[in-house]
Each structure stands twice: as C-alpha cells, then as structure tokens.
Design a protein around this ligand. Structure first.
Ligand code: FAD
Length: 424
C-alpha cells in the first residue's frame, strides 16, 4: 500500500473546499425548501452546509431521536475510557445557530413524483429537493436465528446507544478467563476497520481487569483494512489474547443459538461468554420504501452529485449510498454531504456543479495512546467514485510509539472536529 503523503492529501483537501466555495449565496434561489432525512453524520452536515452555501434556503431536518450517539468513539466506551454521554450529541445548535427547522419524527414514505414525504404522525410535507441519509439497517436472518430479539442476548452495538451500554455491561460481568466472540460481516458494511478496533479496545479492558480472557473474531472475510498494523499491535500489547478466524478457515457465521451463546460457522462451533454479532447490513429501511435501492441493497447515485439514479430530485448520501471506492464512514458521509449540498445549491441556481473531490480518513485506536489510520482522496469518474492514485494510504508499519501516540491524538482531534462540523 501507498504511504500517506500529507502534503498531497492537504492539497487535494484544499482543492475540494475551493470547489465548494464558488457557490455564491448572492445568486441563491429564493426560498426553495430542501428536506434532509436522517440526523446522523451525513444528514446534519448536509443540512448545515446547505445553509452555509445558500442562507436563503429553507432547510428541514427530520430525525426521530432527540439525541444522536456516535458510532465513532463508541468502541472507546467499550474499552472503558470514555463515557457514553461524551459521545451523545444534541441538535440545539442546528436550530438556534443555523436556522434549520428540526422535526423529530420518522419518515415512513416518500413520493418522489409529487415531491412529498409522509411522517409517522400522519403529516405530509412537500419539498423542492430531498436528501436521504438514513444510514444502515441490519439484514436480519442473514445469519440464521439472528433477529432483532437476539440482539438482547448477543448485542451488535453497531448502532451506538443502548446497544453499546448493553455490550459494555456484558463485558463487565464476564468472568476472568471468559471468551468474547466478535462476529464480523462480509463487505460492504459500516466502518470497515471498526470490528478490529473493537477487538483491540475490548482487549485493552480485559488485559487490565480479566487477563485470562480471550477474544475470537469470527470473520466472513479473509482480509481487513490495516490488517498488518492491527496484528503488529495485538502481538505487542495483547499477545495470545486475540484470535482472528478468517472466512476461508471457517470464520463465516452461519447461525446462532442465543440461549447457549453459540455461533455455528461453516466449519466449527464456537461457544462464547459474551457474543457480539455485527450482522450483514443494507441501506436504511426508508431507502427500500422509497425505491432508492438496487439489488445490492444499497442506493445507486450519480458520482458527481449524489443524486439518486432511481428517483429524480432525491439525493442519497452516507452509508446508504453506493460510493465506489469510498468506505462507509462518518468522514465519507461528511464529505459526501458537502458535495451533495453544493450540487443542490448549484442546480437550484441553474449552474453546473463543480467537479467534486471527496475525502475519508479512518483512525483506529488499539489503546488510548496508540493510533493507526487509513486515508484516501476520491474523484468522480465515468465508472463511479474512484480513489485518486497515490493520494492516500495507511500509517507506516515501522513507526515508533511516539508516532502512534501522535496518531491517537489526531483521532481524538478528528472526532472533535467532525462532530463540531455537524452538531457544533
Ligand atoms: P447515521 O450516522 O447512522 O445517521 C442516520 C440517521 O438517520 C439516524 O440518526 C437515524 O435515526 C436516521 N433515520 C433513519 N431512518 C430514518 C427515517 N425514516 N426518518 C428519519 N430519520 C431516519 N466512521 C468514521 O469515519 N470513523 C470512525 O472512527 C468510525 N468508527 C465507528 C465505530 C463504530 C463502532 C461504528 C458502528 C461506526 C463507526 N463509524 C466510523 C461509521 C459511522 O458511524 C457511519 O459511517 C456514519 O454514521 C454514517 O453516517 P450516515 O449519515 O450515513 O448514517
């Protein structure tokens, strides 16, 4: 893999912001209404930047929950070094500082032909342009017997909040010498390095409190991002504690037994004391209801604008979108949100959207002071969104502990800035 060239990365990042800045509020369309479904990383960022690029727009954000608990840093909660309240954000600033209208409700249907959405409370609202950022839902039953009720016995904790607390409680209650199983899905799924960061930070906790315990990752894949870096770190800090079983060696989960805390894979049976099943995923339910998904279970979009290929005037961003080489990450959702906002404002003003450049960096912690990262810059091409050759890469393998400590600081700084860019 290529190593990160920070100068190039910043050059690309600057070019991307420059491309956005040409959208002139002075030429704004009068009072068009842009509605955004989903108050997660994609949705809040898009709502905010719509207002930044054109303050005259009426921007509505629809989100059922009163607060948002972030997936990023939720593994720190499992590791025991960050409280859940410190990853819980509220929507106040969006209304008071940025003039966005917030509606706490669930969208149950979209009529793209009539440009209306219907809320669970029965109200129907009209829009001029619609942004959909509903994140993921789980493909229940893809692992036999893993259904919503099973998530009480075998939490996924892949949507942060009560599930994170539940998994943490189970970890705290686990005996010393116990077995913590993590079931990791095939690609594509939300946060590709996430299961391995989770294994690391669970190990961080266990090493201090229950050092005879073991973590087994049952993986549907034969590879994962930053694998060498993760494995180096595991050997260094948690020797013998984390075992990774790739798909080809029987890691692929077939079924679960929630009463016995057993996972059956293609080749073997594993019994856990705590079982964390991260199930296969697909676009959030509303994307299905609104006929935005294709056979893959994700939403095809125009690479330059994120407008749906299936419904005109509807833009899909974040985890739900098919974004080519980009990972399903909060950073990617944030980047896509800005591109979609700029495209919508340009289009409402009758101008052609600028050529987008998109970004993503995924930091992972293996311990509070040991971080690694993978980064990329992406461009819209005729074949979809592609990594710009030579633009990104992973942290160097031979780096010393000071370097890793610096990357851990960047991870914390990144979290503060990406959440402030949305909710702050
Ligand atoms: P979300 O942020 O999930 O937001 C979707 C929102 O839509 C939700 O609030 C939901 O309530 C709302 N919604 C859904 N349906 C409807 C509807 N019908 N009507 C109204 N609202 C609706 N990414 C990183 O970049 N870096 C990391 O370090 C990182 N770590 C992670 C660690 C873990 C453990 C996990 C699980 C994820 C991590 N991620 C990370 C990934 C990141 O959380 C997601 O990629 C990101 O949240 C995607 O943003 P989104 O807007 O697509 O979806």
């Amino acid at each position: 893999m290529h190593r990160i060239n920070r100068r190039d990365f910043l050059r690309f990042a600057g070019a991307s912001v420059g491309a956005l800045a040409i959208v002139s509020p002075a030429r704004a369309a009068q009072s068009a209404r842009v509605m955004v479904i989903g108050g997660g990383f994609g949705g809040v960022t898009c709502a905010r930047y719509l207002k930044v690029f054109d303050p005259t727009l009426e921007v509505m954000l629809i989100e059922p929950e009163p607060q948002f608990v972030t997936g990023p840093a939720s593994n720190y909660v499992l590791g025991g070094f960050r409280a859940l309240r410190r990853i819980t954000l509220n929507y106040d600033a969006l209304q008071t500082k940025y003039g966005i209208t917030l509606i706490h409700d669930l969208v149950i249907s979209i009529n793209a032909a009539k440009k209306t959405v219907t809320l669970k409370n029965g109200k129907r609202l009209s829009y001029d342009r619609l942004v959909v950022s509903p994140g993921v839902d789980f493909s229940w039953g893809a692992i036999k017997y893993y259904d919503p009720a099973s998530a009480n016995a075998m939490p996924h904790a892949w949507k942060a909040g009560p599930q994170t607390t539940l998994l943490r409680k189970k970890l705290e209650a686990m005996r010393n010498g116990g077995r913590f199983l993590i079931v990791a899905p095939a690609n594509p799924y939300r946060c590709p390095p996430g299961p391995y960061e989770r294994a690391s930070l669970v190990a961080y906790y266990l090493k201090r409190h229950k050092p005879r315990s073991k973590i087994i990752i049952l993986d549907a894949k034969d590879d994962f991002p930053k694998k060498d870096l993760f494995m180096d770190g595991w050997n260094k800090f948690y020797p013998g504690m984390i075992e990774w079983v790739p798909g080809a060696q029987g890691g692929k989960a077939r079924s679960v037994n929630v009463h016995k805390l057993v996972v059956d894979t293609e080749l073997d049976r594993f019994k856990g004391d705590v079982v964390n099943v991260i199930p296969p995923q697909n676009a959030g339910r509303i994307a299905y209801v609104a006929d935005l998904v294709n056979d893959s279970g994700w939403c095809p979009v125009e690479a330059r604008t994120f407008e749906s290929k299936k419904q005109k005037g509807v833009y899909v961003i974040g985890d739900a979108a098919i974004a080519g080489d980009m990972p399903k990450s909060a950073f990617a959702a944030n980047s896509q949100a800005k591109i979609a906002a700029a495209a919508i404002v340009s289009e409402l003003q009758g101008r052609t959207p600028a050529e987008p450049l998109l970004l993503s960096t995924c930091y992972s912690l293996l311990a509070p002071d040991y971080g690694i990262s993978i980064a990329g810059v992406y461009r819209a091409t005729a074949d979809g969104i592609k990594l710009v050759p030579g633009s990104g890469g992973v942290s160097p393998r031979e780096a010393n502990l000071d370097f890793r400590a610096e990357e851990a600081k960047y991870a914390i700084g990144w979290y503060a800035s990406i959440t402030a860019d949305g909710w702050g």
